[in-house]
Design a protein around this ligand. Structure first.
Ligand SMILES: C[S@@+](CC[C@H](N)C(=O)[O-])C[C@H]1O[C@@H](n2cnc3c(N)ncnc32)[C@H](O)[C@@H]1O
Length: 844
């Protein structure tokens, strides 16, 4: 579906459009159209060898080695890091990304327009049920002309929230999205490789992990079970294969940061040396992650670590090639022992008392704090070997000489910047002229994430520093370990493009909710395009060099202080929610779907499908031939064709259609399509098929924990249930020529793990985490028009100091009235507290 033009939904609203050069054409198929790729495109080999495998035979290079060695290791000299199962190549299936949902610019503009209109019209107690209720309230209470904006990107680019394993997602980004060499910065916060269940989060609305809420997210369970079978060895293989792909995605001037704890920091650093090259190591940044020690037997580690590498730190000629902007922190010199002098307005200078040093309020009024700095250069300087006379006293040069020639010393004297200390001369540096000091490592001023949405959430300040040091507005930032979406949030806040992925649907729903419920500062751009950059605050820095050489004071740019448009509130820009197509078969115990030769059954493909079919019907006869009827169950009364959907993807309308056609070709009238998730329009397709012919179609949900329990299920029939869709009610009203509709969410089916039943829960029962309404569903891509959240806790908007009634954070079950438009069709998507989604489509 082509993106629609933004509409000017509000009277004063100005929706700007920023464009980017060289935005690529994505080859993203729409949902339901994931045709199989040609066989030779199905699997790619990822080379994971920078020369180390040659070292196995020291000094002997394999004859006919063809693959270029990207980081040249000397097998005889470089130490090599080994673990069980280390490989030098890996086959990865190539899976296209499917676009499941677009939160488009025009839809956001519409919502903003409507929120503003509602704010103008309604009495304060009447509120919107959606996230934009907060905006509406802001409009009502603040200056009426306050604008709401969002940064937009060229038509060809949309930020991406992707469900899937990072290995497959990255391979897909390389091959289908053409992102090779395009990513400017990567932030990875992988599991730390210690407790292999530590980053489970089972509920969207709580960071507690109760046993009763055991993860029911197949992908999450599989990701953990399959990934860590050999413990640390598996962990290193897991990181190795992903890091090779990270390198492919990074721009030559790009940076990669890995967040890790002290348990494995040394191993990951070795791995990075091997993959990125030790020469490209930039820094190891310890950052404080907590303020209170838990109490350990020995010394407690208060920090985690960021390992930072450049793709290519220096060019061949030795000039820095990694993009880098230093950050500056304003220094507080109170209590800092170097700053132990002060000067009075009459020029009188005094050393502070110990009390004054620690408490500047004890200094006399008008006192100017300063420190003394050495005039000696770090290495010997012939030209500085002279005796300098100040106030009639002769001062011999320090060991390395003076760092500035006699004329420079005269200038410093004229500026009254020289002060004797013993028999040496020193330079006077005032604290107020050097408030900003260049940020260094470690970061002792950071804390753990506050207001946690996710159990292993990173403090956004940490990611923000990495983003600001290494990217410009408009650059692409990628995080293959999305979690609660902190990297995407930071990228959005700072006008960077972003891509992020996670295997956990809970994580992705937390991230989605966080993005949509946040507001950001609106930074002014240089020429209207985000990529043109922001206008940063600049401050002067008077230095010894500038005074001695009679130069203008230097200027520094504070990249974390862009000029802000105070009259504007910014919300999240457009993004798309994607998943991997045809992901399932490989995912099933690591088997790769190999193309079937004529007449030969593929045992690997059969395995997954066979297990599911037999769990569904003991008498199912699995069909060896290709086609979408995977098994046939036959008794005296009935003959049923069974088709199984992908493990992580959704059952598409096309699969149902094809399965029914294949069944009919074999003379079978009843088809059961089993799936873990279904596209939103499947019920329509079922109805159309049943209307057209004598066929019967059953859509069957496979219980999310079916495979997680190791297939030892005594009652397999409890694993399957008819597709339970959200229960909605629609009221339409004809108001003159304009028909309007209101949708009410009545309830939703939630799978009860304990009783192994699917229970109907009322919409207000606390099980619905969020629901979304597409007012004019085109039958293909779901677009959020109205969004309703159950904020068990107040969302981030509170942090902005906006006063919002607690009532506004509870779930509203009725939509705002909306116009019935071209497609005369709505879609309602419900996300329950376990992160499961279900969608229903209804004609108006
Ligand atoms: C430590 S958390 C990241 C937390 C994140 N920094 C935040 O601020 O919320 C790691 C995340 O990586 C995800 N993950 C683990 N293995 C993955 C894989 N192979 N592919 C994609 N995501 C994965 C986990 O589901 C988890 O959400």
């Amino acid at each position: 579906m082509a993106p629609k033009e933004p509409t000017n939904g509000g009277k004063d609203k100005r929706v700007t459009r920023y464009t980017y050069d060289k935005v690529m054409e994505p080859r993203t198929p729409e949902t339901g159209h994931t045709a199989l790729l040609p066989a030779d495109e199905q699997v790619v080999t990822v080379p994971m060898d920078n020369g180390w495998s040659k070292a196995i035979k020291v000094g002997q290079l394999p004859a006919g080695e063809q693959r270029p060695v990207v980081v040249d290791m000397d097998p005889a000299a470089d130490p090599i890091f080994f673990w069980a199962g280390k490989r030098n190549r890996r086959e990865v299936p190539l899976l296209p990304l499917q676009r499941n949902e677009i939160v488009s610019e025009s839809r956001i503009a519409q919502i903003i327009g409507r929120a503003r209109k509602a704010a103008m019209e309604k009495a304060p107690q009447m509120t919107f049920g959606s996230i934009f209720a907060d905006l509406e309230k802001t409009f009502r209470e603040s200056d009426k002309s306050k604008r709401v904006e969002f940064y937009t990107h060229d038509e060809g680019w949309k930020n991406k929230l992707i469900c899937g394993d990072s290995l497959h997602v990255m391979e897909s980004l390389l091959h289908f999205e053409e992102l090779r060499g395009k990513v400017q910065m990567m932030f990875l916060d992988p599991p730390y490789g210690i407790r292999y269940d530590s980053n489970f989060q089972q509920r969207v609305d709580s960071i507690k992990n109760d046993d009763k809420d055991q993860a029911d997210d197949v992908l999450t369970i599989k990701a953990f079970r399959d990934t860590w079978t050999l413990g640390i060895h598996s962990y290193l293989s897991y990181l190795q294969e992903r890091l090779y792909l990270c390198r492919e995605l990074l721009n030559d001037s790009g940076s990669i940061f890995i967040q890790i704890s002290d348990d494995n920091v040394h191993r990951v650093r070795c791995l990075m040396d091997e993959i990125f090259g030790a020469d490209n190591f930039i820094a190891l940044i310890p950052f404080r992650k907590k303020t209170m020690p838990f109490g350990t037997t020995f010394i407690e580690q208060m920090a985690d670590f960021l390992i930072w590498y450049g793709k290519r730190k220096f060019t061949d000629t030795g000039t820095p090639s990694t993009k880098f902007y230093p950050l500056f922190l304003s220094q507080d010199v109170e209590g800092e022992f170097h700053h132990c002098w002060y000067e009075m307005p009459d020029g009188n200078r005094q050393r502070m008392t110990p009390e004054q040093l620690n408490n500047h309020s004890l200094l006399p009024k008008g006192a100017r704090v300063y420190r003394l700095k050495s005039l000696e250069p770090s290495g010997p300087m012939e030209s500085g070997m002279f005796i300098y006379t100040l106030a009639g006293k002769r001062y011999p040069p320090p060991k390395n000489g003076y760092g500035t020639p006699p004329e420079g010393m005269d200038r410093l004297r004229d500026h009254k910047r020289l002060q004797p200390e013993g028999n040496r001369l020193t330079f006077i540096m005032y604290a107020d002229e050097n408030v900003w000091t260049r940020m260094t490592a470690p970061w002792t001023d950071t804390v753990g994430a506050d207001n946690k949405r996710y159990v292993v959430q990173t403090n956004s300040e940490v990611i923000q520093r990495c983003v600001l040091m290494t990217t410009d507005p408009g650059d692409i930032v990628f995080d293959p370990t999305c979690g609660s979406g902190t990297t995407a949030y930071v990228a959005e806040a700072w006008g960077r493009r972003w891509v992020t992925c996670d295997t956990s649907r809970v994580a992705l729903n937390v991230a989605r909710k966080n993005l949509l419920s946040s507001t950001f500062d609106h930074f002014k751009t240089r020429n209207g395009a985000v990529a043109s950059g922001f206008i940063y605050k600049k401050v002067k820095r008077i230095t010894l060099g500038s005074l001695a050489n009679n130069l203008e004071p230097g200027e520094i740019e504070l990249r974390d202080q862009p000029e802000t448009d105070k009259s504007t509130i910014r919300v999240c820009g457009a993004f798309e929610v994607m998943s991997l197509g045809r992901y399932s078969v490989e995912d099933w115990k690591g088997y790769v779907a190999t193309p079937q030769a004529e007449g030969i059954e593929s045992p690997k493909l059969e395995n997954y499908i066979g297990v599911i079919c037999r769990l569904y019907r003991k008498d199912a006869a699995v069909q060896g031939a290709s086609g979408l009827v995977h098994a046939v169950a036959e008794s005296e009364e009935e003959k049923i064709a069974i088709s199984v959907g992908p493990l992580s993807g959704r059952v598409t309308a096309k699969q149902i259609d094809d399965a029914v056609k294949d069944a009919l070709a074999s003379g079978i009238l009843e088809t059961h399509v089993l799936g873990w998730a279904f596209e939103s329009n499947v019920n329509e397709v079922k109805a159309q098929l049943e209307k057209r012919g004598k066929v019967k179609v059953e859509l069957i949900m496979i219980r999310p924990d079916t495979l997680a329990e190791g297939l030892k299920i005594t009652k397999p029939e409890t694993l399957f249930s008819p597709l339970a869709l959200p229960d909605i009610e629609i009221k339409t009203k004809k108001n003159g020529a304009e028909p309007k509709a209101v949708v009410r969410l009545k309830g939703v089916a939630v799978f009860d793990r304990k009783n192994r039943t699917t229970d109907y829960k009322r919409a207000d029962s606390g099980y619905v985490s969020a629901w979304y309404l597409d007012e004019d569903y085109d039958g293909d891509c779901f677009v959020d028009c109205q969004m309703f959240f159950d904020f068990k806790k107040a969302p981030n908007i509170k942090a902005l100091g906006l006063d919002v009634e607690p009532d506004q954070f509870t779930l509203h079950t009725e939509s705002q009235p909306f116009l019935v438009r071209a497609y005369k069709r709505v879609a309602v998507k419900v996300v329950d507290v376990f992160g499961n989604e279900s969608t229903i489509v209804r004609e108006l």
